[in-house]
Design a protein around this ligand. Structure first.
Ligand code: BG6
Ligand code: MG
Length: 220
């Protein structure tokens, strides 16, 4: 049985991935190329500067370090503007309910997100209190698939990696979980998240996990 649940934010708890991608599409457009729908998967879970480098690589564009900083700041300004009006209603189905049910059972919870905007989003969604630990892109700079963000979460909870289940929508995030010695529940489609131990369409379907051998036990 597992004692702790570690959650990615974007694409697991709230549907912000669409806003991240729209903001990057605008960056590409300014540089004179366009991103294909399939490119979105490559940008999920990776940190801001790494995502920029992926975008530039797709366009075959090279820019100076200063210009990279400017492009990333502009993208972030667009993203922050897009999410500035999100409300608790925009959480993904079942996310709040699942977090509350885990906590009611004494299961430890942590956020493990690459986003530096994570604390602000949690506040707007009014779910900051549902996490025992919050590890975001300002706390840990190593980007997924590096396991640091999840290892820091486990450490903050006082849990061993083998006690933790990671919930992730990104390929890089599932790889990060495994690199940290943790089991990974993919949120999305099995065809995309082929490396995940189990895939469910969303946290609304998390009730099916115990039938698949993933059971939590309280330890608070
Ligand atoms: C992740 C997203 O959660 O955060 C990525 O999946 C994003 O798409 C990353 O690049 C960094 O986010 P931010 O808000 O710090 O630019
Ligand atoms: Mg994500």
């Amino acid at each position: 049985d597992y004692r702790a649940a570690l959650f990615d934010l974007d694409g697991v708890i709230v549907d912000t991935a669409v806003h991240h991608f729209a903001a990057w599409r605008q960056t590409a457009a300014e540089l004179g190329f366009s991103l294909a729908d399939e490119d979105e998967e490559l940008l999920k879970g990776v940190g801001r500067m790494d995502a920029l480098r992926i975008v530039l690589g797709i366009g075959g564009v090279e820019v100076s370090e200063d210009e990279q900083q400017r492009l990333a700041a502009e993208k972030n300004a667009r993203y922050v503007e897009a999410i500035s009006t999100i409300t608790p209603d925009e959480m993904l189905p079942g996310a709040r309910e699942y977090l509350v049910s885990l906590r009611d059972r004494g299961v430890l919870t942590a956020l493990g997100s690459a986003s530096r905007n994570a604390p602000m989003i949690l506040q707007r969604l009014e779910i900051t209190d549902l996490f025992d630990a919050i590890i975001d892109g300002s706390v840990v700079s190593e980007a997924k698939p590096n396991p640091r963000v999840f290892l820091a979460g486990a450490e903050a909870l006082g849990a061993a990696p083998a006690d933790c289940v990671v919930f992730e929508d990104a390929i890089a995030g599932i790889q990060a979980a495994h690199a940290g010695g943790m089991i990974a529940v993919g949120i999305g489609e099995p065809e995309v998240l082929t490396e995940a131990d189990v895939v469910i369409p969303g946290l609304h379907a998390a009730g099916s996990l115990s039938a698949q051998g993933i059971e939590f036990v309280g330890s608070r």
